[in-house]
Design a binder for this molecule. Structure first.
Ligand code: DX5
Ligand code: ZN
Length: 221
């Protein structure tokens, strides 16, 4: 399965976002990971659909929008119309509203012709989202608690990556993207890929790298 590298613009300089996007594309990245935080589901506030709209014309790379927000359904329209290629919502944010909210949100994303994903925090069992795998293009396994870049990778989350990949294969979903997000480095990438993840988010590892193109190659090899 092709390994895709998704630098997270959370670690970029927000005052020079256009340049950051161009450098990311020039370095050979496969996706641009956009971390959307609302100050409620997670403590910080980052940006909303307007940022996605503004960076859309600057790159051909798919925009991978990771919504760390409450009530995600209310924002899908804005991100879809802004040009998001993938929109991922959190299991926990959906579950606290109702049992059917996650499925409804995934279907809403798909109704715009946009790919959809579900994200789980380190304290959520992956089995909880097995029932929505058939609706998803991507499953995002958080390897840190969401909210901040630059945290340390939680190695126990690799077990969930393995379970997710096994379940996807067993259920005939060989093409399902499994994304890992948080604390990915040049050093732990091999173990992450061996566990079955094929989309690697890299915030600090990419934006603090002295040679971002080399970092992308190492993460993707
Ligand atoms: C954390 C975000 C991540 C973060 C990754 O809440 O979802 O995407 O930016 O940053 P690093 O790679 O520095 O852990
Ligand atoms: Zn993210």
């Amino acid at each position: 399965m092709k390994i895709k590298v998704a630098p997270s613009i959370l670690s970029a300089d927000f005052s020079a976002m256009g340049e950051a996007i161009k450098r990311t594309e020039a370095a050979g990245a496969d996706l641009i990971h956009c971390d959307v935080m609302d100050g409620s589901f997670v403590e910080p506030i980052t940006f909303g659909g307007q940022m996605v709209k503004n960076i859309r014309p600057l790159t051909k790379l798919p925009l991978d929008c990771h919504l760390m927000i409450e009530h995600p359904k209310t924002q899908i329209k804005f991100f879809a119309e802004a040009g998001a290629d993938i929109i991922t919502v959190h299991y926990k944010a959906c579950k606290k509203i109702s049992d059917s909210y996650l499925e409804e949100t995934l279907n809403l994303i798909k109704s715009y012709g946009v790919k959809c994903g579900v994200a789980i925090n380190p304290d959520v069992d992956v089995e909880k989202v097995f029932d929505v795998f058939p609706l998803c293009d991507m499953v995002l396994i958080m390897s840190v608690y969401p909210g901040y870049g630059g945290q340390k990778f939680i190695p126990e989350t690799l077990e969930k990556v393995k379970k997710a990949r096994e379940f996807a294969r067993f259920s005939g979903m060989d093409g399902l993207d499994i994304e890992i997000d948080g604390g990915v480095t040049e050093e732990n990438a091999a173990a992450i890929k061996a566990a079955g993840a094929n989309v690697l988010v890299a915030g600090s590892a990419f934006f603090r790298s002295p040679d971002p193109a080399k970092t992308v190659r190492i993460l993707a090899e």
